[in-house]
Every structure is written in structure tokens, then in C-alpha cells.
Write a protein that binds this ligand. Structure first.
Ligand SMILES: [Zn+2]
Length: 144
């Protein structure tokens, strides 16, 4: 990992109070966000161009890390489940928010720009893309 001076995410682990740092790993950092219980931000330690470009090591660590964090939040008894929100529009680190969800919480994605994209339906193009992605997963040994 290379810390880039002036990069808000590169310096996040140093800037955060030690009590807010959940993980300062080689490939991922995780901090508790803004003193709000149950909201964590996980970010790659290296710069990248989005989730498709993270290192193989970061990719391999992501699943176990997010599962452990999610299970840990639920195990507190304060949350019934978690949501993962990917943030990648405006940073050079892939980063996610992990949000503890309580029964009755409003859906996170209602009325968001993401939902507006569902208005642009194209079944053929969607299924062609799905087939292409199935083909892409096959060499990696990932099965459906
Ligand atoms: Zn950075």
C-alpha cells in the first residue's frame, strides 16, 4: 500500500480516532463513521479505478471481511441485518458503507438515483450482459 499525501482516504486511518478504527489491514481499512453506531466504511488501502480493478488480495479478503463485520453488527443485538452500499463515483479508492439495519428502518434505496435506472428497461441487452458475465465467471472457477 502506498499512502498518497493529501488523499482523504489514504490518511483516514491516521486521521480517525484510534477507537474508531476497526481494521487497518494490508488491503482494507475499516472505520466507524461519524460516531454513528452501526455505520462502517471499508476502503481499499491502495488507489484503484473501482471494484473491478482492486488487487486479487483485496478481492479475496472482501467476502470474509464483510461477512465478519456484518455478523458482528448483528451479533450486538442492535441490528437485524446489514446493507452494503458501494461508493465509487468520486474517489480513487474502492469503498463501501456497511449499514446496520433495524426492523422498521426505511429502505435505503427508495427514491435514489439507482432506482431511477430501473425505468430504462432493455430485456435483451440485460440478458446479453448477464450471459457475458456468466462467461467471465466461468474461467475463475466461480459457479452459479
Ligand atoms: Zn488515497
Amino acid at each position: 500500500m502506498t499512502a498518497h499525501p493529501g488523499c482523504k482516504i489514504c490518511t483516514m486511518l491516521d486521521a480517525a480516532a484510534p477507537e474508531d478504527v476497526v481494521l487497518a489491514g494490508e488491503h482494507w481499512g475499516v472505520v466507524a463513521m461519524q460516531e454513528t453506531p452501526g455505520i462502517l466504511m471499508a476502503f481499499t488501502r491502495d488507489h484503484d479505478a473501482g471494484i473491478g480493478t482492486v488487487s486479487d488480495q483485496a478481492a479475496a479478503a472482501f467476502g470474509p471481511m464483510i461477512k465478519t463485520l456484518s455478523a458482528g453488527l448483528v451479533a450486538t443485538g442492535d441490528f437485524e441485518k446489514t446493507s452494503v452500499i458501494y461508493l465509487g463515483d468520486n474517489a480513487i479508492h474502492t469503498h463501501f458503507m456497511l449499514v446496520g439495519r433495524k426492523a422498521g428502518d426505511a429502505p435505503i434505496f427508495d427514491n435514489s438515483p439507482l432506482m431511477a435506472r430501473f425505468a430504462d428497461k432493455d430485456r435483451d441487452r440485460t440478458r446479453a450482459l448477464a450471459a457475458r458475465l456468466r462467461d467471465a465467471l466461468s474461467p475463475s472457477g466461480t459457479t452459479l
